[in-house]
Structures are given as C-alpha cells and as structure tokens.
Design a protein around this ligand. Sequence first.
Ligand SMILES: Nc1nc2c(ncn2[C@@H]2O[C@H](COP(=O)(O)OP(=O)(O)OP(=O)(O)O)[C@@H](O)[C@H]2O)c(=O)[nH]1
Length: 308
Amino acid sequence: MTDEQPAPAETRCGFVALVGAPNAGKSTLMNSLVGTKVSIVTHKAQTTRSQIRGVVTEGADQVVFIDTPGIFAPKRRLDRAMVQAAWTGAGDADLVAFIVDAERGLTGEVESLLEGLLNVRHPKILVLNKVDLVKRETLLALSEKINAHQRFETTFMISALTGSGVGDFLAWCMKHIPPGPWMFPEDQLTDLTLAITAAEVTREKLFLRIHEEIPYNATVETESFAVQKDGSYKINLVVYVTRDSHKKIVLGAGGQAIKAIGAEARKELMEIFEVPVHLFIFVKVRERWGDDPERYREMGLEYPHGKG
Ligand SMILES: Nc1nc2c(ncn2[C@@H]2O[C@H](COP(=O)(O)OP(=O)(O)OP(=O)(O)O)[C@@H](O)[C@H]2O)c(=O)[nH]1
C-alpha cells in the first residue's frame, strides 16, 4: 500500500474516517465516493467488520476513506473488537466524518457516539445522510442540535443512496487534507486484497439469502486464491458456523442454499475482477469462533482482551 508512483508536484494525501452508528450509511457513502463496490452493503446492521479503505484520486489530491464498523454498545468479544477498530480508524485519520442517519435523528446511540467523539482531536465534519427521506426543517433542526453539542468544521446534508451532496463532501475533503505524497497508485481503488474481497462479497450474499440470525455468527474466510494459467481465479472459501444445525441451514436442502449463494457471489466477483472465477465454498462447524484470537487476526481485527 505504500508503493508510491510519480505523482503531480505538490500532491496532497490524507485519510478520512467515516464513523457512525450501525446502518447510518457509511458503506453506501464509501461506494458512492469511490464509484464502485468497495464495501459490502446490506439492510442488516453491523455488516462492516474490519476497516475497509476506498481511494479517490483527482488531479493532485488523493483521499483515502476508511469505512469503520458501526460503533455501538459492545457486548460480545467480537462486538468489542469492531468498536475498537472503529475508534482506532478515527484516531488514525486526518479528518473524521461523523455520519448520522437523519431519518432516525438524534437517537441514544448517536448521543453516546457524540460523547465518544469529544475525545477525537482531529477536525470533524458532520454528515447528515438519507436526506431523501427527511424534510428540510427536520434536517436543519437536527444539524443545529448536533452542532450545539460540539464543534464541527462544517455540515453536509447528503443522500449516499442518490448521490446528492456527495460530490460537495468529497470536494471539501480534497481541499482539507494535508500536502504529501500519495499512498496508493492512481488507479487503485481499495487496498482490500482480492482474497478479502472474495470473502466479503460471499458473506454479503450469505447475509442476504439466509434470513435468520445465523449470518451474524458466521464468518467467511478465503482458504486459497490462485490465478490459473488462463487468467481465471480459483478461489476456495470456507463458511464457518458455530453449530451443526446452522450448517444445515446454510447448505439448504440438497445444497440448494449454498449453491445459490455461490452463484450470486461468483457472478459479482467476475464483474469486479473482470476475469472468469471458479468459486468453491465449504461449510464447516467451528464452535465459539468468536472467542478464537486467530479468527480476529484473519479479519484484520485486534483480539480484545478482558472478560468475554
Ligand atoms: N434512503 C436512503 N437509504 C440509505 C442511504 N444511505 C444508506 N441507505 C440504506 O441504509 C442501509 C444501511 O446502509 P450501510 O451503508 O450498509 O450502512 P453502514 O453505516 O455501513 O452500516 P454498518 O456496516 O452496519 O456499520 C442500507 O439499506 C442502505 O441502502 C440514503 O442516503 N438514503
């Protein structure tokens, strides 16, 4: 990620962390900024588990957006690790964009996040999202209330979904990042490795198809990723579930569910990678993976020590 390439003179480069409550729309915003599917989006909360970066390079400026997991009151170990990763993302960034679901407004969750944000020293930007669902007066009142709580450099009212206001937000970020060499080559959109992308896309399909609590307790890992002689990718993935009964549901009768998940994931991965993809998915039972430090490392998360 540090291989610099000749860049225009007087370049700028900076990190902008996108933080907010689960479902605020951070992943949707990231995808809209980068213009492609970097981060997975579902209607269920907490789909972003570790930090995902999206890179936008325009002229001499390069902004690296960090999509952090939604911050919420953590209970399980995994939840604590996700929250930790989110605040770490905010601490590492040059700018912190606080994304608020304007339709939900000032919830208890948002209030406790605002308290946490008080400790963040970097310049902060307030981003009220989902304006397509909210009346202007409601937006203005919400903006006023949040700005009264602490100092934000500026406030944007956007719809990550329709793209309204996203360009202005990007332009502001571009203007306010520090001078410095680029961190990524001009044409690179994300530092997610291909293997992680394969696992993330498959996990999204699992989330969308299995309408039970299982996906929250499941993890997808790429076991091997090989570029074949003909240029196609051969990818072996493992879905880890915590119970045998969950495995049966993920497989479906006669393997129908996992086949459908695999077909959807493969189709999308071929669009992303632009090469033929051979995808093999195995479902394995591993009890209590949420307490296994090794799984955290593979997801790019720190294992939270302390009581589980
Ligand atoms: N109407 C509307 N819906 C939006 C907008 N932005 C996001 N959404 C929807 O809100 C839901 C959550 O969006 P995500 O982008 O996954 O939210 P997130 O903040 O990344 O969520 P976590 O990964 O759980 O932290 C999805 O169903 C999106 O389609 C918006 O501007 N307008």
